[in-house]
Design a protein around this ligand. Sequence first.
Ligand SMILES: C[S@@+](CC[C@H](N)C(=O)[O-])C[C@H]1O[C@@H](n2cnc3c(N)ncnc32)[C@H](O)[C@@H]1O
Ligand code: SF4
Length: 359
Amino acid sequence: MPTRHLYIHIPFCLKACPYCSFFKEVGGDHTPFLDALLVELEREAADLQPETIFFGGGTPSILSVGELEQLLGGIREKVDLSALTEWTLEMNPATVSTEKAEVLHSLGVNRISMGVQSWEPRILEVLGRVHSARDAEDSHAILREAGFDNINLDLMFAVPTQTREEWSATLEKTLALAPEHLSTYCLTYEEDTAFFHRFQSTRNIDWEADLFEMTLDRLGEAGYEPYEISNHARPGRECRHNLAYWESADYLGLGPSAFSTLGGERRQNIPDVASYCQRMMNGESAVVFRETLNESTRRAERIAFGLRMNRGVERALLTPWASTVEEYLSEGFFCGEGSRIRLTRKGKLVADTLAEAFV
Ligand SMILES: C[S@@+](CC[C@H](N)C(=O)[O-])C[C@H]1O[C@@H](n2cnc3c(N)ncnc32)[C@H](O)[C@@H]1O
Ligand code: SF4
């Protein structure tokens, strides 16, 4: 069976945001990286017939028009795209141009995920973003004008000093643009970031819960289905690529730091751009980590991802933990619907902690 889901990591950003722990470099030469990526793609292309492709980062839209033509052209040439239904590319509003949007659209990208985070200038400043609210609005208009009819906007809430009113205003402004999909992330304090050291001690879980509930209420009212804890879609506009991850499907990840899960094995490419390029050019493997996924790890992952989704998990999958399930049902963290178990709102607030019981 060919691999149906392809992830490509573009490890460059204009600036490192102080809360972000994704693998990326600021600056850096794109040319050797693109050459190396095309080498890796060439090696793997024969086993690929993707239904979904996702360009993530970092900031894929940092690539110039010529670089995007080289990379996407390479994919079109080497990979069988006859089964492709969704091709997403992540963009930062500071890197969107009319020409780029038109080229991406003409080369087959049909879904854009743009990092807006907030429409409040004050919050964008706290987050250290490189773009203004105006840039984000203009970029959104450019993408629509270029023909994109499947757009996700990323937003972040519980940002230090953010008020309830500011988050509400960001939701309202976003709804006015009518995106097909919204990712609303509660700010996470990642250990290796400046935010962790500056603000972690100010974290307020009740306040996070309040903003989360407000988000579910407002987006639900506006017709968005909260199909995963942080993801809301218009009917039929769920991200198919992410759904495949959450349903534990196999996927191939290319580029530095990228993970793959294939045939019961998880592996990761080296998280270093120069070493990745060197390895590719020397005909060596970029993989630096491998683990065989045994049945219990796979089940724990299926449960953890499944619980984050609105459809929940099959009750049968939880059979070995019957007493924990009963406890979570009676405490109002779980609800049962036919043969499925789902998280209640109260459960969603502590999803990761609840999932730890099923390892
Ligand atoms: C790869 S970035 C999106 C594209 C582009 N790099 C950008 O930032 O505009 C993925 C998204 O993850 C979210 N994110 C990153 N770090 C986060 C954190 N510490 N807590 C919550 N969300 C985070 C942001 O919403 C961001 O837009
Ligand atoms: S949030 Fe996006 S732009 Fe900021 S550092 Fe992370 S990947 Fe780069």
